[in-house]
Structure formats: structure tokens, C-alpha cells
Write a protein that binds this ligand. Structure first.
Ligand code: ADP
Ligand code: ADP
Length: 227
């Protein structure tokens, strides 16, 4: 089942002589449950692409369909709600709420959506994250790898249509990076979670389903690695 469709996406920043064409006619589709990596040099357009898909940035032209819904034909208010209900974000810098415990961070998206957390599901996800013993710790009491695993749990807990991860291992050592990759892989298998992840680290693409490469705003499909 096709879960994401990006169609003739163009993004231009600035005007006149300062114009930068960050994305040039990018098209691709992603099937449900795919763990897809986006690779490319710094400045090639990866973040712009991810930000457009996450509706954090507006394309200049083209369309993005998530679960059949045209993101940019919605009114802004509807798009904001749709984003909260359908997209989980993971950032390089974790972005956990420092005053809340691991467990409180984890259930935060449910509270935003007026859902009551199911204690069994919370226990289950803490187990998957390997953070059961750390549930009452504050982010500052955890290693970087543990913080990122908590942030991934927070993105997973609503079972979003899509998880967008921008350099999730960018601040981690190689062992913690591998732990984070293993967790994302586990989520994609266990929950059929669709994941789109930007990475600089080509070594980390060995276990993903598909690799897209961006060069100077142009996307090429490097196809399946693991298929
Ligand atoms: P990457 O994520 O691959 O490093 P980006 O998507 O951040 O690449 O950037 C792609 C191009 O768009 C670069 O040339 C960058 O300078 C430019 N760019 C990104 N964001 C902006 C912005 N807000 N204003 C102007 N130019 C931008
Ligand atoms: P991980 O592999 O999950 O990143 P580490 O092997 O880096 O974990 O850390 C081992 C233990 O040391 C962790 O359980 C954590 O509690 C503690 N620790 C590591 N880094 C820090 C830190 N910056 N501040 C507090 N505790 C830390």
C-alpha cells in the first residue's frame, strides 16, 4: 500500500540573484512499512525535502500526499492537526522536555491529542526502547543514546502514519548510533512503521529497505538495499 506520494516537488528559496533551487522536480512514492534512508551531501536539499513532507515548510510547486491526503490543499489549521495525528518527528538534538521524566515525555503526544495512555502499552513501549529502568529519570540523567531512544518512543507512541527523522544519530557515538538504528529497524518490523530518515552516515544505510539520494536538489532512487 502506497503511504506517501511526492509529486513534482520544487522548492525555491529567495528572490532574484539570491535564488536557490533547493528541490528540482522531485517525485517518488513510499510503500507502508518501508524504512527509507535519504542520503546526500550537506546543502543538497535533504532537510528541505523532509521539512516539506512534514509540512514544516511549504513547497513552491508540486504536491505531497500522505495516506491519500493532499497536504497542501488543506487549510493550515487542518494541516496542523493532520500533522500532529499522522507524523512523528525525531531530531538530531532529541528535543525532549527537560523537566519531564522519560515516561512523561513518552506519553506527551497522547495528552496533546486528548488520549488516555494505556499503562500496558506504555510498559510495552518502554521495554521495546530498553528504558524500563529509566522511566522515572529526567533526560539530563541519560546518555545521548538513551535520550534519542526516548525521543523515538515519543514519536512511535501514537503509531503515526509516518516517522520523519533528520540525522537521528548525528550527535551519537557509533555504538549508540547502532542502537538507535536497531530500534528504528525494530519499529519498522514490529509495527509496520513507515520511516523516512536523513543520514550522512552511509554505513547506517546497510540495513534499511530503500535508499534515496539527493544531489543538488535532484533525487535519485538507489533502490532496495535489503530487499
Ligand atoms: P541539506 O539538508 O541536504 O544539508 P538543505 O535542505 O538544508 O540541505 O539546503 C538545501 C539548499 O537550500 C542549500 O543551498 C541551502 O543553503 C538552501 N536553504 C535551505 N534553507 C534555506 C532558507 N531558509 N533560506 C534560504 N536558503 C535555504
Ligand atoms: P547508551 O549505549 O544507551 O548510549 P552509554 O553506554 O553511553 O549508554 O551509557 C551507559 C550509562 O552511563 C547509561 O546508562 C547512563 O545512565 C550513563 N550516562 C552516560 N552518559 C551520561 C551523561 N552524559 N550523563 C549522565 N549519565 C550518563
Amino acid at each position: 500500500m502506497e503511504i506517501l506520494k511526492v509529486q513534482n516537488l520544487c522548492k525555491t528559496y529567495g528572490k532574484g540573484d539570491n535564488q536557490v533551487q533547493a528541490l528540482k522536480d522531485v517525485s517518488f512514492t513510499i510503500e507502508k512499512g518501508t524504512f527509507c534512508a535519504i542520503v546526500g551531501e550537506s546543502g543538497s536539499g535533504k532537510s528541505t525535502l523532509l521539512n516539506c513532507i512534514g509540512a514544516l515548510d511549504t513547497p513552491t510547486s508540486g504536491a505531497i500526499y500522505l495516506d491519500g491526503q493532499d497536504l497542501f490543499s488543506m487549510k493550515e489549521q487542518k494541516r496542523t492537526v493532520f500533522r500532529r495525528q499522522n507524523i512523528g518527528f525525531v531530531f538530531q538534538s532529541f528535543q525532549l522536555i527537560t523537566e519531564l521524566t522519560v515516561e512523561q515525555n513518552l506519553i506527551f503526544p497522547l495528552l496533546l491529542d486528548y488520549q488516555k495512555p494505556d499503562p500496558h502499552k506504555v510498559d510495552e513501549i518502554l521495554e521495546v526502547l530498553g528504558l524500563t529502568e529509566r522511566r522515572r529519570h529526567l533526560p539530563g540523567q541519560l546518555s545521548g543514546g538513551q535520550q534519542q531512544r526516548a525521543a523515538i518512543g515519543r514519536a512511535l507512541i501514537t503509531r503515526p502514519t509516518l516517522i520523519l527523522a533528520d540525522e537521528p544519530t548525528g550527535n551519537l557515538d557509533s555504538k549508540s548510533s547502532q542502537d538507535v538504528m536497531d530500534l528504528l529497524l525494530k519499529a519498522s518490523r514490529l509495527y509496520q512503521q513507515t520511516i523516512l530518515m536523513i543520514t550522512h552516515n552511509i554505513n547506517l544505510t546497510a540495513s534499511v529497505d530503500r535508499v534515496l539520494s539527493v544531489t543538488d536538489g535532484i533525487l535519485s532512487d538507489l533502490g532496495g538495499v535489503r530487499q
